[in-house]
Design a protein around this ligand. Structure first.
Ligand SMILES: Nc1c(NC[C@H](O)[C@H](O)[C@H](O)CO)[nH]c(=O)[nH]c1=O
Ligand SMILES: CC(=O)[C@@H](O)COP(=O)(O)O
Length: 140
């Protein structure tokens, strides 16, 4: 059994509830435990994971959030920089599944957040579990 931290950027609460439900179900169905920490938005997720990883209490991490395009360039910054920073942490050896949706509109996000549809929260949890397995297999 491993212990996971779900870091949720709670910008759209109703969508996050579905993503977190999907992630939690995947982790618990695999026999793992998890806890959740909430941050304001996707830009705060990578730094929170970095802080939590230093604490040494978690085996792996799941990033959860929803970034929906608005009127300005800010979408590119929030979506792109959160993904880039999470990837950088992964390349540093931190097992992270990225379940931060980046969509054009809420309808697209709803389909992907819903565990009964595309279940991207569960998918991110599966990725986090797989990376943790690979860490155990390859880390000397
Ligand atoms: N527009 C969205 C944001 N924006 C907020 C940023 O993520 C960040 O919290 C703020 O710039 C303060 O540092 N965040 C989302 O998660 N989703 C959005 O659609
Ligand atoms: C992804 C965003 O930052 C977006 O929700 C912000 O909307 P806007 O570009 O209209 O300020």
């Amino acid at each position: 059994m491993a212990h996971f931290l779900i870091v949720e950027a709670r910008f759209y609460a109703h969508l996050n509830d579905m993503l977190v439900a999907g992630a939690r179900a995947a982790l618990e169905d695999a026999g793992h435990t998890c806890e959740i920490v909430t941050v304001p938005g996707a830009l705060e997720v990578p730094g929170t994971i970095a802080l939590a990883a230093d604490a040494g209490r978690f085996d792996s991490f799941v990033a959860i959030g929803v970034v929906i395009r608005g009127e300005t360039y800010h979408f590119e910054i929030v979506a792109g920089e959160s993904a880039r920073a999470i990837m950088a942490l992964t390349m540093d050896g931190i097992a992270i599944g990225n379940g931060i949706l980046t969509t054009e509109n809420e309808a697209q996000a709803l389909v992907r957040a819903d565990p009964a549809q595309k279940n991207k929260g569960g998918e991110a949890a599966q990725a986090a579990m797989r990376l943790m397995e690979l860490q155990e297999a390859y880390r000397v």
